[in-house]
Design a protein around this ligand. Sequence first.
Ligand code: IMP
Length: 189
Amino acid sequence: MNFWQQHQSDNIGKILLDENTIQQRVSELAKEITEDYVRMGADELVTVGILRGSVLFLSDLIRRIELPVDLDFMAVSSYGGSTTSSGEVRIMKDLSHRIQGRHVLIVEDIVDTGRTLQFLKNLLGTRQPASLKICTLLDKPSRRLVDMEADYVGFEVPDEFVVGYGLDFDDAWRQLPYIGVLKPEAYGK
Ligand code: IMP
């Protein structure tokens, strides 16, 4: 085992979704999205990736969407971190492009409490897009605090903290091609 393999086996307790399973589902989502937007008469799509967790998912997804895509990003941060429930969301980076009259798809890594997406959906809705939908790789419905449903969901996951394929713990593990759960002792490191 090389260093990186050993590091994973020391820290990852189990694999929840392996690389093949993820890639197959991403292809299905891209097909569904393409068909829906073609049906809606869209001749292009603005994808709004939420930095940084959505990046791996987004890059795989857009390569399989068969429509012109304008790739844009937003970065937001929640006040007080994940343990407080203030629910306030602050914009760290806004869109680079105008979305008025355009079809917009927000792409997120995971819907947890739902607060981030509720905030973003309300905000982008005020800019009068032609349509506004949400695609999330993962959904943790058991954790929801606000009424928020994504239009496209890759997988429902149980109430466990997951890492990989874009998702981090303490800024690590985003690069994993699979989604896993850390061993309890890894949180202390
Ligand atoms: P929400 O506003 O509570 O829905 O927050 C969603 C954000 O919390 C996601 O974009 C992630 O950055 C983070 N998050 C929630 N659950 C997890 C997890 O299990 N692993 C990694 N990040 C998570």
